[in-house]
Ligand binder design. Structure first.
Ligand SMILES: [Zn+2]
Length: 92
């Protein structure tokens, strides 16, 4: 038994399932071409929102990291400035 699924990008996937009555085709199927969820209704494919929280979390982590990098760079710049001042004081 073959079932057709369509994703939001219009890709058709036709995985085959056992014709056994105990086995029911799942409501959703991951599109092997783009990874979006695919549904049984070609005119109404499921919205690709399932990966959204993970992406948002990753973006949040990246944001935090760049903030920390910025603080580290500032600290380094200040240290260099202090060292230079100390050096000038010692020279005079
Ligand atoms: Zn697709």
């Amino acid at each position: 038994m073959r079932v057709s699924y369509w994703c939001a990008n219009g890709h058709e996937t036709t995985p085959s399932f056992s014709a056994n009555e105990d086995v029911e085709a799942p409501e959703f199927w991951d599109c092997p071409r783009c990874g979006f969820p695919a549904g049984l209704d070609a005119a109404n494919p499921p919205e690709p929102v399932r990966n959204e929280p993970y992406k948002t979390h990753l973006a949040y982590v990246k944001e935090r990291r760049s903030e920390e990098d910025g603080a580290a760079l500032l600290e380094e710049a200040l240290a260099t400035l202090r060292a230079r001042r100390t050096g000038l004081r010692q020279a005079s």
